[in-house]
Ligand binder design. Structure first.
Ligand code: CA
Length: 229
């Protein structure tokens, strides 16, 4: 399992990135400051660092330089503005990739994979797992879904449901199995309706005609299944 360190002072952003990266199978560490981030980098020895430019304590440039002096840990630099990014690239910091805010967490996961693959990390070397079902392409590693090369934007829960169903075409999954698959974990009252609501949203996004679903079929009284195609 590859370890990712996020050094970013926006707590909400860290939370979102953490959730996406963990669902993609990464071990995630985080720090809200540049100076403590550098300490965490030393103590955790991550496989990749996602590094914000403007940080309290020690700014992102200094953190990147300090890491570079000691090691070749891949760094993905996050900046708030495109102009900053141009400047950064000019500085030849040795960052492996640059992302400007606002970004989609799914794109960050895909970039992390790419950078790790390029860096030759053993964890990323496993062949990518892509499910093809009808005209849908579901990349279980990059966390992306495309139909006819158009990308479809799903929430992590919707993605989890779709992946669970599409991995086992033709097999019926009960609502509680689906709940488990989304790693929501907590079983609370009314969860069946929660799954139904997510499926409804998912269908609205992926089905050509959500009223007459062709991918995700309802099996009354049992659950849902992915059509065999
Ligand atoms: Ca910041």
């Amino acid at each position: 399992m590859s370890k990712i360190l996020i050094i970013e002072d926006e707590a909400e952003l860290v939370k979102v990135l953490r959730s996406y990266l963990e669902q993609a199978g990464f071990e995630v560490h985080s720090s809200y400051r540049g100076d403590t981030g550098l300490e965490t980098w030393k103590s955790t020895q991550p496989d990749l660092v996602i590094l914000d430019l403007n940080l309290p304590g020690l700014d992102g440039l200094d953190v990147a330089r300090s890491i570079r002096r000691q090691d070749d840990t891949p760094i993905i630099m996050v900046t708030a503005r495109v102009e900053e990014m141009d400047k950064l690239i000019g500085l030849e910091l040795g960052a492996d990739d640059y992302i400007t805010k606002p970004f989609s967490p799914r794109e960050v996961v895909a970039r992390v994979r790419t950078v790790l693959r390029r860096a030759g990390s053993s964890a990323a070397q496993s062949t990518s797992r892509v499910l093809r079902a009808a005209d849908l392409e579901i990349d279980l590693d990059a966390y992306t879904v495309t139909r006819d090369n158009d990308s479809i934007d799903l929430t992590p829960t919707e993605f989890g449901l779709l992946a669970a169903l599409a991995e086992r075409p033709g097999r019926v999954l009960s609502r509680s199995q689906l709940l488990e698959a989304t790693q929501d974990g907590v079983i609370y009252e009314g969860y069946e309706r929660t799954i139904d609501a997510h499926i409804k949203n998912l269908r609205a996004k992926i089905e050509p005609d959500p009223k007459s679903p062709s991918y995700i079929e309802t099996v009354f009284g049992v659950g849902y299944r992915f059509a065999k195609g």
